[in-house]
Design a protein around this ligand. Structure first.
Ligand code: URA
Length: 432
């Protein structure tokens, strides 16, 4: 087999065989196939796309290219994945709720990069909490409490890691079959039987429109099912940040408010819907029963208790659940006032995520250090009426020199109208 022929076949719109895809993934991962040939194939795929069969095969090959988590000794394992957004702390809520209802959540999460946050950074802001567990520690935590959320420790889907880095510099990232196979290869390697996907759509998301998000969701669900995993997706709104807190410690506190049954609204709604989907899928019960169970777990405190157990099992101080003074707090809290008036018509959510990153809540480069206390508390969101000079947000940081730039970025993200804009739903659609 020759890489040259594989590139030419895809360039001419042909369907690659299983053997050709396998040859490419193995050859590129081992270093035998050079970057220039892999780049040419990626560009041909970008232009010609891939069939469902090709996409599934590529995903399976990438999932098999490295370590895999073996969860076969556990029952009702369920994973959740979000395609990323601003203020998305749903894992901190949905995972303990689902575990409190009898599912097993053994989850590997990622760090934030650019304008989007990552669950691992949020958990790392809890004093003492460890997200770098050994395999033994991970399994022991799952066995003991049915819930563990950690960072990636093994070499999962190395083929995807290498290909993603190449896509990043060859303008081939925004290709739905390549994105779907990249995400799903890591989910398959993570070992859960059931997978619930939260595909975000809007200005703060990877997929800017609901139509694009649906296409991605459909392909990922298809891959999951093709690989023998129970998989569903919901499409949720990322045209505004989720909830009111952005930034690691601030988001943990907001998640605790939901778990402590003190905060309802869009964050509660999206998190509980995700939890209900996780419960329904893994326990094989109806969605309405699963929703009831999830709601009850918040009301009766069992979800908060589960989160506390996980924090303790991973070395953290579980008292944070009820004593937020134990979480990192910023040296400076700046009240940001609106220069305009009217109804907030649109929030450029990527800009708002960037403003939080400028304050220290995120990284520009992988190596950057995070200020866990940094972030933004919104006081106004889309559809709210704002008077000139009224506070629209509080900026939290330990780096006061960032306030001007971050404040300007935030204010530039807001678009105003004279009349109230139409409210949009948080849950835009589903793919089952
Ligand atoms: N996230 C991934 O893991 N892969 C992609 O291709 C895009 C987003």
């Amino acid at each position: 087999m020759r890489m040259y022929d594989i590139i030419a076949k895809k360039r001419d719109g042909g369907e690659l065989s299983d053997d050709e895809i396998s040859y490419f993934v193995h050859g590129y991962t081992s270093g035998e196939i050079p970057d220039y040939q892999a780049s040419a194939l990626l560009m041909a795929i970008y232009i010609r796309s891939m069939t469902k069969k090709e996409t599934l095969r590529l995903t399976m090959e990438m999932a098999d290219s490295g370590d895999k988590v073996d969860l076969s000794m556990f029952e009702n394992t369920v994973d959740k994945h979000s395609t990323g957004g601003v203020g998305d702390k749903t894992t901190l809520i949905a995972a303990p709720v689902a575990a409190a209802c009898g599912t097993t959540v053994a989850k590997m999460s990622g760090r934030g990069l650019g304008h989007t946050g990552g669950t691992v950074d949020k958990l790392d802001s809890i004093p003492g909490f460890s997200t770098s567990l050994s395999a033994d520690e991970f399994y022991s935590c799952v066995r003991k409490i049915g819930l563990c959320v950690t960072g990636q420790s093994g070499d999962f889907a190395p083929a995807d890691k290498k290909l993603y880095a190449l896509r990043d510099v060859t303008a081939t990232v925004s290709c739905i079959p390549l994105i779907a196979s990249s995400i799903m290869s890591k989910k398959l390697a993570a070992g859960s039987n059931s997978i619930v996907l939260d595909v975000k759509a809007g200005s703060g998301a990877f997929m800017k429109t609901a139509a694009q998000a649906r296409l991605l969701a459909e392909q990922m669900v298809e891959i999951g099912k093709g690989a023998g995993r129970k998989t569903i997706a919901i499409i949720t709104d990322m045209d505004k940040p989720l909830g009111y807190a952005i930034g690691n410690s601030l988001e943990v506190i907001e998640a605790c408010e939901v778990l402590n049954n003190r905060l309802k609204g869009e964050l509660y709604d999206v998190s509980l819907e995700l939890a209900a989907r996780m419960i329904a899928l893994s326990l094989n019960i109806s969605l309405s029963d699963a929703r009831r169970k999830a709601g009850r777990a918040v009301e009766n405190g069992s979800a908060a208790k589960k989160f506390a157990e996980m924090i303790s099992a991973q070395g953290g101080d579980a008292r944070v659940l009820n004593d937020y003074s134990l979480m990192p707090h910023a040296g400076v809290v700046y009240q940001l006032r609106s220069k305009s008036c009217g109804y907030i018509k649109k929030m450029d959510t990527e800009k708002i995520g960037t403003a939080a990153m400028m304050l220290g809540a995120g990284r520009v480069k992988k190596e950057d250090k995070i200020d866990y206390s940094a972030g933004i508390i919104l006081t106004k969101k889309t559809c709210d009426r704002v008077k000139q000079g009224e506070p629209v947000a509080y900026l939290h940081t330990c780096r006061p020199e960032t306030l001007k730039e971050a404040g300007d970025e935030f204010l530039n993200a807001l678009e105003f109208s004279d009349s109230p804009p139409k409210m949009t739903d948080e849950i835009i659609g589903e793919v089952t």
